[in-house]
Design a protein around this ligand. Structure first.
Ligand SMILES: Cc1cc2nc3c(=O)[nH]c(=O)nc-3n(C[C@H](O)[C@H](O)[C@H](O)COP(=O)(O)O)c2cc1C
Length: 218
């Protein structure tokens, strides 16, 4: 696929078909993501992919915790809305409004969003990006870039994705199920799969005008 098409093929998809991704494809996606640049080539990432019964266990525990009302507590601290600067806050509000309007007009309502989260998007493969602690800020930069390369590689192979807090919000449970010791920080998760026809998958986000975020000084 040419680059522009790959780039535009990636969106966040929130409902996947019951279809496994071949192991060789998962390996190739991670192998391509390893081409990501990092601080002094530190390559701080480790990748753990949950599929099959491991993923079933994660889904069950996450659903139980959510039903019990246990608040999420990811390894990377979540900043409250009011601690974001005004421009990103405005963008988040726009996203929220756009999503609510889209779901209302499609007559499925906002609960379609909650259902997608609770099912962990029905993904057949949850990719966890793990860094041995202590984690420094540049490693967060590096793993973010790694995640994007991984999602673009997936898109290039006809596989859809979503990076999601929702799949990393109970990291202690994940460490237990994935057999990771406490020194391993789960920085982020990306759900992969083949998108189904669910209404929520038709939602598209917008971006601010480039002129609003770009300054070229000569
Ligand atoms: C760090 C991060 C966490 C996210 N967490 C969630 C999540 O928990 N649930 C969800 O539905 N989407 C989540 N998203 C997806 C964003 O909402 C999405 O990337 C954004 O709205 C832009 O839309 P796009 O990915 O379709 O371009 C997350 C994205 C990022 C980068």
């Amino acid at each position: 696929m040419d680059f522009e098409r790959v780039l535009r093929a990636r969106h966040s998809y929130r409902a996947f078909r019951d279809q496994a991704i071949p192991t060789e494809t998962l390996k190739m996606i991670v192998n391509q993501a390893q081409l990501t640049p990092s601080w002094a080539n530190a390559q701080p990432w480790e990748v753990v992919i949950a599929t099959g019964t491991t993923l079933t266990k994660i889904r069950a525990v996450f659903q139980r915790r959510t039903a019990q009302g246990v608040a999420g507590s990811s390894d990377l601290e979540v900043a409250h809305r009011t601690n974001w600067a005004s421009a990103p806050r405005r963008n988040m509000a726009t996203w929220n409004n756009d999503l609510s309007r889209y779901l209302a007009e499609a007559t499925v309502g906002v609960q379609a969003y909650g259902t997608s989260q609770l099912s962990l998007f029905n993904s057949p493969a949850l990719v966890y990006i793990v860094v041995p602690g202590p984690v420094n800020a540049w490693e967060i930069f590096d793993t973010g870039a790694f995640a994007q390369t991984l999602m673009l590689s997936a898109a290039n192979q006809g596989i859809q994705s979503i990076p999601a807090y929702e799949i990393v919000k109970y990291p202690d449970e994940l460490r237990r199920i994935l057999n990771l010791d406490g020194s391993k920080k789960i920085l982020m998760g990306v759900a992969l799969g083949y998108a189904n026809e669910a209404v929520i998958n038709g939602f598209r986000t917008r971006r601010v005008a480039t002129a609003d975020i770009l300054t070229i000084r000569d």
